[in-house]
Design a protein around this ligand. Structure first.
Ligand code: HEC
Ligand code: HEC
Length: 266
């Protein structure tokens, strides 16, 4: 990683970063509280600090590690080792910064070969990173084999809470009963034959759904049950194995309860 010199550090930003690091370290104990926001706008910060904050976000609030691993083939998503270098060559005329920012905000715009379009825009719920967090995260991705040169202005001002359907958008409420949905998962829905969901089940045939609501939108979860093939096949899993008939065999009530249950899996 090459770090441009001469960037001044403000006491303000140090305080913010310190607070964030403290928060990130204490996540296991306070998981049920909503994650704290990182704000760097207006403060100055060194590239090294930015990268460190980005790494924290990658591992915690960003939930990236549930799908991506660095230097190891992940289950649902590409290995991000070397992405900072690769990003500049992914598309002619697109800089590494532009490619990385687009990968985060419009993941479906340029799909990595062999992967379905399942990565959610990370500035929207459920991940819902703000502009500072996107900035830090981009710096971290650049540090993986590339040059850290992203500036706040590279992140669109409309990203995060300021954008349509952004972090500030109201959470989707599904009117089902999660407890009844858990019974559908383990019973009539037959999901448990292929999926683990928290304390329920242990089958490795399909992806572990224990944290599905942290990484996926309610729309994705609802559609996957009704028409699994339409959303592509999650990488590393067999195609055409998830039954396409679940939408017909479940009643509307059972389906709603099931979705309400899946949305508790965080
Ligand atoms: C639900 C799983 C999932 C989550 C969560 C997720 N990603 Fe992804 N990501 C994918 C998949 C699948 C692809 C490949 C398809 C595509 O290009 O969109 C991908 C592609 C990417 C790429 C492009 C990689 C390349 O080789 O060009 C980057 C960069 C990336 N993700 C970063 C992130 C970061 C950072 C986070 C966390 C804020 C994140 N992703 C969260 C699934 C996920
Ligand atoms: C016969 C096995 C099987 C059954 C039964 C099954 N699934 Fe799946 N499911 C899979 C497989 C395999 C995948 C991954 C491949 C794919 O995307 O089609 C998957 C993928 C998923 C995904 C996407 C996960 C991700 O990481 O993006 C969700 C959500 C899901 N299933 C929910 C359910 C629910 C809810 C039920 C019960 C109503 C169910 N499945 C029943 C095999 C099954």
């Amino acid at each position: 990683m090459r770090v441009p010199v001469g960037v001044k550090v403000g006491a303000f930003s140090l305080l913010v970063m310190g607070g964030y690091a403290y928060f990130a370290n204490s996540i296991p104990q306070i998981e049920s509280k909503p994650p704290q926001e990182l704000s760097l706008e207006g403060g100055s910060v060194t590239p090294a600090q930015l990268v460190r904050a980005g790494e924290e976000i990658f591992k915690t609030k960003g939930t990236c590690e549930i799908c991506h691993r660095i230097g190891q083939k992940g289950t649902r998503a590409p290995d991000l080792a070397g992405i900072g270098g690769r990003a500049g060559k992914a598309r002619a005329g697109t800089s590494a910064t532009q490619y990385l920012v687009e990968s985060l905000l419009q993941p479906g715009a340029l799909l990595v070969e062999g992967y379905p379009n399942i990565m959610p825009a990370v500035d929207k719920p459920p991940i819902a990173l703000n502009r500072s967090e996107l900035w830090a995260l981009t710096a971290f991705l650049q540090s993986l084999g590339g040059t850290v040169d992203v500036v706040l202005a590279d992140i669109p001002a409309t990203a995060g809470a300021a954008g349509p359907g952004g972090a500030a958008a109201a959470a989707v409420k599904v009117p089902g009963d999660p407890a009844a949905g858990a019974a559908v998962f383990a019973g009539k829905g037959t999901c448990i034959a292929c999926h683990k969901a928290g304390k329920l089940g242990a089958s490795p045939v399909g992806p572990d759904l224990s944290q599905i609501a942290r990484i996926q939108t309610p729309e994705y979860i609802m559609k996957k049950i009704l028409d699994p093939a339409a959303l592509g096949t999650v990488a590393g899993y067999p195609k055409g194995v998830m039954p396409p008939t679940l939408g017909q065999s479940l009643t509307a009530r059972e389906y709603t309860d099931l979705v309400a249950f899946l949305l508790t899996l965080k």
